[in-house]
Design a protein around this ligand. Structure first.
Ligand SMILES: Nc1ncnc2c1ncn2[C@@H]1O[C@H](COP(=O)(O)OP(=O)(O)OP(=O)(O)O)[C@@H](O)[C@H]1O
Ligand SMILES: [Mg+2]
Length: 342
């Protein structure tokens, strides 16, 4: 009965898995009354019971371990746990610092954006207002000059329109409300349309634009307006960031199972480290040359969104001081065969 009770108590004690296993032997003279294991030699204590069991002796120690080992293990466990907590804390701190840094950069980018957008809206508006006032006052008698002022007004209105379109689309994208209607379309048509809308800007600023459009381009699934907006943004950048060498090339061809559109300039280029970041919203390259060129930093993030909505990819190759080449790849296989293909 005694053996049963002791075994029960030890079982309860051992139910806590963290407790070290106890070895206990209870003997009466030389007769063993209860024993669950023999404690390790030199690592146990003996005790006599009080009356009326004074001839009973309890021999208690640790099973399969000793106090030194137990202390060492406990130290290693605590050190391991502390190390883990420290690692977690450091990771947490690193993540917090990163998030704060990101927030700070985003806040800075947003405030730059507001300043840049205000400029982008105000500049064309001031020009439109100035030239329309001159025309209204009838101060220009020269027909050529008049035509020139009308062209400026038209061009600045288009520029204003592009900026507003970009801002509206950006807010639609942010709100998850931007949708695309993909229909079988002719990319050559879209490119010619974009070139026609930029004609004034191209001619007026002395650009030489080489176009090389493969005559039998296969049709692809496109949202015509969105694609025109993407190509227009790329062409606009090529013009804005060209510097002295005013040469731009625009090519469209098939490349494996893709339709490939490339817009290349010989302008200021983009440093390698910033090439991936130019597709982020609000991001503008921070080198001195770009600072004089105004922009909202939205154009390429819209282009990326538009191209990815077409299951395509956009990439850039660029060398500082030599120029940039933006490449759009759109899958041809995804397109619905046109009537001509049937
Ligand atoms: N062709 C290019 N050559 C050199 N740098 C470029 C070119 N295209 C884009 N960049 C860099 O990438 C940045 C992001 O371009 P993005 O078109 O998104 O914005 P933006 O031109 O500054 O403003 P906007 O929203 O008015 O287009 C630009 O500020 C510029 O630093
Ligand atoms: Mg741009």
């Amino acid at each position: 009965m005694i053996a049963g009770s002791i075994a029960k108590i030890l079982k309860t004690y051992h139910a806590n898995t963290a407790s070290p296993a106890i070895a206990m032997t209870i003997s009466e003279d030389q007769r063993v009354l209860y024993s669950n294991a023999t404690p390790q030699q030199d690592h146990f204590f003996e005790s006599n019971f009080r009356r009326p069991f004074s001839n009973w002796k309890a021999n208690v120690g640790l099973k399969n371990t000793n106090l030194d080992e137990l202390a060492r293990n406990s130290f290693l466990h605590s050190a391991g746990a502390t190390l883990l907590v420290v690692v977690f804390l450091l990771c947490g701190m690193a993540l917090t610092i990163r998030a704060t840094d990101r927030e700070a950069r985003l806040a800075q980018a947003k405030s730059n954006f507001v300043a840049n957008v205000s400029h982008e809206l105000k500049t064309p508006l001031s020009l439109i207002s100035l030239f329309s006032e001159i025309l209204e006052l009838g101060r220009v008698n020269n027909e050529e000059k008049k035509a020139e002022y009308y062209r400026i007004i038209r061009h600045e209105s288009l520029r204003l329109n592009t900026t507003i379109d970009n801002i509206l689309d950006f807010s639609r994208i942010e709100a998850g409300r931007k949708t695309y209607q993909l229909v079988d379309g002719d990319m050559a048509d879209v490119i010619h349309y974009v070139l026609s809308t930029h004609r004034y800007q191209i001619v007026n600023s002395g650009f030489d634009i080489q176009t090389d459009i493969q005559p039998d381009l296969p049709s692809v699934l496109i949202d015509r307006d969105a694609m025109a907006q993407a190509i227009s943004n790329l062409l606009d950048n090529a013009i804005k960031y060209s510097g002295k060498v005013k040469q731009i090339s625009l090519t469209a061809k098939t490349l494996a199972s893709n339709l490939c559109v490339e817009i290349a300039d010989h302008g200021i280029g983009i440093p390698r480290a910033e090439q991936a970041r130019v597709f982020e919203k609000f991001y503008r390259v921070g080198n001195g040359l770009v600072h004089d060129v105004k922009g909202s930093g939205l154009g390429l993030s819209l282009v990326k969104h538009i191209i990815e909505a077409h299951n395509g990819t956009i990439s850039v190759e660029s060398d500082v001081g030599k120029g940039s080449r933006f490449r759009i790849l759109l899958p041809i296989a995804a397109s619905v065969p046109s009537a001509n293909d049937a």
